[in-house]
Design a protein around this ligand. Structure first.
Ligand SMILES: [Zn+2]
Length: 431
């Protein structure tokens, strides 16, 4: 049973950083050479870890994969129901855009949850033999980055680069495959300015001084994703309310430069993009105005994704995204995680003490749309499960690599029992 359970995990756990699925035998043969980690729940034991390897060979099962029935149902936030996934181009690439981080501090377990969830979706789509173009951005210029850089006396781009690199290292530790493209806002100012021009041309935005605002009153579909009515909207959640707005729910597409802030030239004077426009512009640039999947945490449904839809459709009425996918919140000890409550848990803090895959196992132990409650006890449970899974993997290695060592008189169930007791049936010593 345990071996069957372990084998069931293998399609998700065993693949190379390039995403190529590798033959079981090859994957298992990697296990004994892996690094050791100490787990809090098993302080006296070393722990052999990830079978992921950059040297893993490419998949040899392509023919078999093409015969697989590509059944996938996804809950679509927009329709509020599960839908059979059908890509726009059945024989082409699946386009998937997931909102990335604003790198002004260490990434937290809420980020880990989102990107592990979409990593599983990315892997699963590839497992179903789809070609996937996965885009995940960096918001490398933003109010929070500027404020933190000023606080530390650091250049904003140097600060965002530093935390972007740390984020990528966290993602590698969590065995998240790198996306196909990881665009940064500062490299796409031209695309952003062009999209704002289109929105202005279509009479869905207005200029006030050096600022440009989106006019929600001129976009009747506003609120369709989140189900909010305009009267319910609370403006100024991310920035202070600007009294020059025609409607308090209008949001900035372009912000006039302030002293000491980075800026770019534009038709409206020097300034920088508002937060939401970057994702509309970069997703259109890399995936086209219409694509398959757009994802992120459920806190992004409003206002960020609602605003993205409005901008993209105001720029081009043919724009459409088929599936809007959102993951649930992470609570810490049953409280909302926030800096003000002092319960902010970073990925780095967790993987100082636990194997990164224990965190991944914990995050995947709850359905991706449900809230997940982070506690040390639950992390210990995930760590234990991972530990025993790898014990079984090591057993399978022993069976495949040196079947004679097992001894003909032992059944698999007996071997697993010995492993659970901490004794190796193959070597006659403690594992
Ligand atoms: Zn976004």
């Amino acid at each position: 049973m345990a071996a069957r359970r372990a084998a069931g995990l293998l399609p998700l756990l065993l693949s190379s950083p390039s995403g190529a699925r590798i033959p079981l035998r090859r994957a298992l043969s990697l296990v004994p050479s892996l690094r050791s980690y100490r787990l809090l729940s098993h302080p006296a034991r070393s722990f052999s870890t990830s079978p992921f390897s950059a040297s893993a060979s490419a998949s040899n099962g392509a023919a078999a994969e093409t015969e697989r029935t590509r059944e996938l149902h996804l809950y679509n936030t927009k329709s509020r129901k599960k839908e059979h996934f059908r890509p726009r181009a059945p024989d082409g690439e699946v386009g998937m855009y997931v909102c990335g981080v604003t790198p002004y501090d260490d990434s937290h377990i809420g980020h880990a949850r989102a990107y592990v969830a979409f990593d599983v979706l990315y892997r699963y789509l590839r497992y179903l033999a789809y070609e996937v173009r996965y885009v995940r951005n960096f918001t490398d210029i933003d109010d929070k980055i500027i404020a933190r850089a000023n606080q530390l006396g650091e250049d904003p781009f140097s600060l965002s680069k530093r935390f972007s690199d740390d984020f990528l290292s966290d993602m590698a530790n969590l065995q998240c495959l790198p996306p196909s493209v990881e665009p940064r806002v500062s490299d796409h100012i031209d695309q952003i300015i062009n999209m704002i021009k289109q929105i202005l041309d279509n009479n869905c935005a207005y200029v006030v001084g050096g600022d440009v605002y989106f006019s929600v009153d001129n976009f009747p579909e506003y609120g369709e994703l989140s189900g909010r009515k305009l009267d319910d909207n609370r403006a100024g959640e991310r920035v202070a309310v600007d009294e020059r707005k025609r409607n308090p729910a209008d949001f900035a597409l372009w912000k006039a430069a302030k002293d000491g802030e980075p800026w770019w030239d534009s038709p409206w004077g020097p300034g920088r993009p508002g937060w939401h426009i970057e994702c509309s512009a970069m997703s259109a640039h890399y995936l086209g105005l219409s694509f398959d999947i757009h994802g992120g945490g459920e806190d992004l449904i409003f206002p960020h994704h609602e605003n993205e839809i409005a901008q993209s459709r105001a720029a081009c009425c043919d724009s459409s995204i088929n599936y809007w996918i959102h993951n649930g919140f992470v609570n810490v000890n049953s409280q909302k995680m926030s800096k003000s409550l002092g319960n902010f848990v970073t990925i780095r803090k967790v993987i100082e003490m636990y194997h990164p895959l224990a965190l991944r196992m914990f995050l995947l132990g709850t359905h991706y749309r449900s809230p997940i409650n982070y506690t040390i006890e639950q992390l210990n449970v995930a760590s234990d499960r991972l530990y025993y899974t790898y014990q079984v993997v090591q057993l399978l290695v022993a069976i495949i690599v040196s079947p004679r060592l097992l001894g003909a008189h032992l059944r698999i169930s007996q071997v697993i029992m010995l492993l659970k007791e901490g004794r190796s049936p193959t070597l006659g010593c403690h594992v």
